[in-house]
Ligand binder design. Structure first.
Ligand SMILES: NC(=O)c1ccc[n+]([C@@H]2O[C@H](COP(=O)([O-])OP(=O)(O)OC[C@H]3O[C@@H](n4cnc5c(N)ncnc54)[C@H](OP(=O)(O)O)[C@@H]3O)[C@@H](O)[C@H]2O)c1
Length: 310
């Protein structure tokens, strides 16, 4: 029997966005405990661009060709032996370690959650990384009622989620972004501030009582400012400068992504209580363009690839 094939945005050599192209690759098959999802949409992260450029994440082999993408939404089309609670034909969203930017992705059945009808496909495919990372970070920082939290890169996909999660927990949030994203941050519930030279003084002026915690989604100067403003290093968490965390005594995200958490935010979005705008969608053939967009490191909301129209 001939092997089943699928279309995927993949690369067989590391390099710039141009190495990413649509390839015909073997379609994965659901094994015991797994489901296969026919992907409709897949989110794009800075992580994907780094892997494409040659970075090998922990727990990943260097095999090529490689399909990027850690988040997806689609329709279950195979369930493996022993899977209960997920049926063929179910609309789901979920997460993987790479491999999502393809017509089919196979994951453990526990890594998907039902997609509410009110959650648009484009939003669903890109929801995972932002909300999971943000909630793990906010938990790690112990943000709660009465805290003042500084979120660097607040307009990005993680920042968008982090601002809203911290606000829901009763914190005051100061978010850094370019001027053009300030109205957006205000709508999310943050006090906006421009990043760059003089940031520490601008934040002091906005928070006369001090900053209790900082979430660094930008690195470099953002981390320096966090160290300057937050007294307790255990209340600084970086998403970017992992290599410096131990030496500085600051945190990185810990814990795992869960379908339960993803399901909660999918439901919140569906109820209108959580915003998660899509910056732009691209077709599978335009995956390189989507990576170029992510690599600008600017913009608000989520970049999503529409793999199939269903
Ligand atoms: N450790 C983890 O578990 C984990 C998970 C997910 C993401 N991350 C990392 O977290 C970072 C953010 O990810 P993301 O998905 O939210 O990225 P994203 O959606 O691409 O957003 C990037 C944001 O960075 C802002 N920005 C650019 N330069 C900045 C600066 N100098 N100071 C402050 N903000 C700046 C941009 O805002 P403007 O348009 O206003 O410039 C943009 O909104 C990335 O480095 C990513 O690799 C880590």
């Amino acid at each position: 029997m001939s092997e089943e094939m699928m279309r995927a945005a993949a690369f067989d050599v590391h390099g710039g966005p141009e190495v990413l192209r649509v390839m015909e690759l073997p379609a994965p098959q659901a094994g015991p405990g797994q489901v296969r999802v026919r992907v409709r949409t897949a989110g794009v992260q800075p992580f994907d661009a780094a892997v494409r450029a040659g970075w090998t994440p922990p727990n990943v082999t260097g095999e090529l060709p490689r399909i990027p993408g850690n988040e997806f939404a689609g329709v279950v089309d195979q369930v493996g032996e022993g899977v209960t609670g997920v049926a063929v034909g179910a609309d789901v969203l979920g997460f993987s370690l790479l491999n999502s930017c393809a017509e089919y992705v196979v994951v453990p059945a526990g890594d998907v959650t039902p997609k509410p009808a009110e959650l648009p496909w484009e939003v669903a495919g890109g929801l995972t990384a932002g909300v999971q990372t943000a909630e793990l970070a906010i938990d790690g920082l112990g943000v709660g009622d009465g805290d003042t939290l500084l979120v660097h890169a607040a307009a990005g996909s993680v920042g968008t989620a982090a601002v809203q999660i911290a606000r829901r927990r009763g914190a005051t949030v100061i978010g850094t972004a370019r001027e053009e994203n300030h109205p957006y941050l205000r709508d999310l519930g943050a006090v906006p501030v421009a990043y760059g030279d003089g940031l520490a003084d601008r934040v002091r002026a906005l928070a006369p009582g001090g900053v209790d915690a900082a979430l660094d989604g930008a690195g470099g100067h953002a981390l320096e400012v966090s160290l300057e403003l937050v007294k307790d290093r255990a209340r600084i968490l970086t998403l970017v400068e992992h290599g410096k965390a131990a030496e500085l005594g600051i945190k990185v995200t810990q814990g795992v992504r869960t379908a339960e958490r993803l399901g909660r935010y999918a439901a919140l979005y569906a109820s209108g209580a959580f915003a998660f705008p899509v910056r732009r969608t691209y077709r599978l053939e335009e995956a390189a363009e989507a990576h170029r967009e992510i690599e600008t490191r600017h913009g608000r909301g989520k970049v999503v690839i529409v793999v199939s129209a269903g």
